[in-house]
Design a protein around this ligand. Structure first.
Ligand SMILES: Cc1cc2nc3c(=O)[nH]c(=O)nc-3n(C[C@H](O)[C@H](O)[C@H](O)COP(=O)(O)O)c2cc1C
Length: 190
């Protein structure tokens, strides 16, 4: 898949198949995170990979899913993520480091999607609990969490009309409104 096609076809996935992600692919996903742009090239990010079933269950409890359609897109057992990447910032999670975290997550999302693996970027994280459960030292900040797995849903994108809120139709298909390009691009002047 070329990059533009991957970007245009990607959607956040919150229902997953119970199919393992190979170690090879996980390594490529992580490497894509490692190689993301970094402000002043400081590279403050580190990653915790969570694949073990018990650890996945513990992490799942610390995350919140799809606020606008709560609780209908909470992944049920059997459709939960098969792996997670906890993205850590060494030091305080502010300034350039936050942008680094976002760039790394997007690189990982696109690398996964290119291989057929869906993902959900999760910012609603109980960070204190995650720090405790996963033995994360004090000098690290939990940035966000990336959930990964082969898709068991096919969300659709649509032109945004009056609301930015994604919604579920009667067939349990998630619709994701996006603003039109002509609405957000200004040429030469605002
Ligand atoms: C910074 C950030 C935080 C997010 N946090 C959550 C989250 O906590 N839970 C969740 O279900 N989705 C989360 N998402 C996914 C967004 O809801 C999703 O990207 C948005 O609805 C647009 O859908 P799309 O990714 O398919 O384009 C987050 C996305 C971003 C960029």
């Amino acid at each position: 898949m070329d990059t533009y096609k991957a970007i245009c076809s990607r959607r956040t996935i919150r229902l997953y198949q119970p199919k393992e992600i190979s170690s090879d692919l996980m390594e490529r996903i992580l490497n894509a995170g490692r190689l993301a742009p970094s402000g002043a090239n400081r590279q403050p990010l580190e990653f915790i990979v969570v694949k073990d079933e018990e650890n996945r269950a513990k992490l799942f409890e610390q995350l919140a899913w799809a606020a606008y359609v709560q609780p209908r897109r909470n992944p049920p057992e059997g459709n939960r993520p098969m792996a997670y990447v906890i993205v850590l910032i060494k030091g305080r999670g502010e300034g350039l480091a936050v942008a680094d975290g976002a760039a790394a997550i997007e690189n990982m999302i696109l690398t996964a999607w290119n291989e057929g693996v869906g993902s959900c970027w999760i910012g609603s994280v109980n960070r204190d609990n995650v720090k405790r459960i996963f033995n994360i030292p004090d000098e690290y900040t939990v940035y966000d969490v990336l959930a990964l797995g082969y898709p068991a849903e096919q969300p659709v994108m649509e032109e945004m009309k009056d609301s930015h809120k994604y919604w579920l139709d009667e067939n349990n298909v998630l619709h994701v409104p996006k603003r039109r390009l002509s609405e957000i691009v200004h040429y030469e002047k605002f």
